[in-house]
Design a protein around this ligand. Structure first.
Ligand code: FES
Length: 78
């Protein structure tokens, strides 16, 4: 199985690239992606087509740079 890559774009969306992308709504229903292998999800909150990016981040002045870093280990489960 090929790897799915999620890139945090500087001042922009989350770009998902993979052969078998599944995005579901709050009830677990899948969005129809029409065979896309690349999808961008809005991270700025201003898209008119949420959860997908529509490019509004560029006009809204969204400013967020998230360089890669290591997370601490997850908290133990009770
Ligand atoms: S990140 Fe592109 S419209 Fe929000």
């Amino acid at each position: 199985m090929s790897e799915t890559k999620i890139q945090v774009r500087k001042n922009g969306p989350l770009r998902i690239e993979g052969e078998n992308i599944l995005i579901v709504d709050a009830e677990g229903r899948p969005f129809g992606l029409a065979g896309r292998t690349v999808v961008s999800l809005c991270r700025c909150g201003h898209s008119s087509n949420k959860p997908f990016c529509d490019g509004t981040h560029g006009r809204s002045g969204f400013d967020s740079d998230c360089p890669a870093r290591d997370l601490p280990p997850p908290a133990p489960k009770p």
